[in-house]
Design a protein around this ligand. Structure first.
Ligand code: SAM
Ligand code: SF4
Length: 351
């Protein structure tokens, strides 16, 4: 990396993608969506995501921006059409805009349909315009409450005012924003209607997410878990919900709300198994490829990436891993065990 610019190897020169055909898993699903965690670090410490005294990875274990570029490009050559950068907090990674600008070449060439990110919004005021200039058109921003004190309590280190400034900047830059809200029992369950109305008044879709048992946290997850089936039933008392086939490439199922005219998505890994149409895989910031968010099986892509400058070893490792993509996951929040179903944190695999 020089002056914040990524030096792209000759074989992946601007606009050139050496198409290799789609990645098809053993269940006939084409893998077209890649989520990449660009860092495990974050400037928040959300209670359901991390312990307050998280230990982060040593820098040498984390892929460099050049390595991330090579990796993403290899997946795009293999048919990935949608790329989401996540984390940790993607916008706290040093020189992240260099990577985003560089990946934008795949939008220009038409190889990639969408380049997007999931962010906590803390750095958006700074980066919104640049993101738009790099070809990003839609982003997901995670906000669990519109109450500043509660926001501080949930994120531990977050400042709602800054996030709201970021949302205004992103809107002004022309970015479409979807709000992600994790539904937490007793914490924000009675604010869902307020959030829904606020989102739809401001032209944002809202997606509700069930807490997933990923990684050790300080508290007890069974106290946080709120099934979205309950939320939906409550909303149906007040609003007219109509199921729609709208898809964004992710696992959310959408309804329209007649009274507000907006869209509401539900991500329900716990109450509804959404695996049958799964088109995505995830790569951690250390280059581990997870074929399923809810399973421990993974393939190390960092070793083949670092073993040679060419992509033969990398491509072979990806193909082998896709051949092992499981049919689905099996999450349970179990009061007796009180252990996470999957030991790695969401901030490692990315949301
Ligand atoms: N830092 C960014 C953010 O918060 O948007 C990106 C990474 S974060 C891990 C991605 C999404 O995962 C966020 O919407 C967050 O609320 C969600 N998340 C984190 N831990 C979760 C858990 N245990 N269960 C469900 N969602 C979780
Ligand atoms: Fe950071 Fe996102 Fe996890 Fe919150 S959910 S601690 S913002 S990575």
């Amino acid at each position: 990396m020089t002056d914040g610019k990524i030096v792209v190897p000759a074989q992946a020169a601007i606009g050139q993608v050496d198409a290799q055909g789609p990645m098809i898993d053993p269940f006939g699903r084409a893998v077209t969506y890649l989520r990449v965690s660009v860092t495990d670090r974050c400037d928040f410490r959300c209670v359901y995501c991390m312990a307050e005294d998280m230990t982060f990875l040593p820098k040498r274990e984390v892929l460099s921006l050049e390595e991330l570029d090579r990796l993403c490009t290899a997946f795009i050559e293999k048919g990935v059409r949608k790329l989401r950068l996540t984390g940790g907090e993607p916008l706290v990674r040093k020189n992240i805009m260099g990577l985003i600008r560089s990946l934008g070449r795949h939008l220009d060439s038409g190889a990639l349909e969408e380049l997007t990110l999931t962010t906590n919004g803390s750095q958006l005021s700074r980066y919104a315009q640049e993101l738009y200039d790099c070809g990003v058109r839609r982003i997901n921003v995670s906000i669990d409450t519109l109450d500043p004190q509660k926001f501080k309590a949930v994120t531990r280190w977050g400042d709602l005012g800054k996030v709201m400034d970021g949302i205004r900047a992103a809107t002004a830059a022309g970015l479409q924003i979807k709000i992600n809200m994790v539904a937490l029992k007793d914490v924000n369950e009675h604010e869902i209607v307020t959030m829904l109305k606020w989102c739809h008044e401001h032209g944002h879709d809202l997606t509700l997410i069930e807490t997933m048992p990923l990684g050790e946290i300080d508290g007890d997850r069974t106290d946080q878990y709120l099934p979205l089936s309950t939320v939906r039933a409550r909303l149906a008392d007040e609003f007219t919900l109509t199921d729609i086939p709208y898809k964004t490439g992710g696992p959310a199922r959408y309804v329209t709300i007649e009274e507000t005219g907006g869209r509401l998505g539900f991500i329900t890994p716990m109450t509804h198994n959404f695996c049958e149409s799964c088109n995505r895989v995830r790569v951690t910031c250390t280059g581990q490829l997870y074929m399923c968010l809810g399973q421990e099986d993974m393939s190390d892509l960092r070793a083949p990436l670092r073993a040679s400058e060419g992509n033969d070893l990398l491509n072979a490792a990806i193909d082998e891993a896709i051949g092992r993509k499981p049919k689905g996951h099996d999450f349970v929040i179990d009061r007796n065990r009180n252990q996470p179903a999957v030991s790695r944190h969401m901030s490692v695999t990315g949301g």
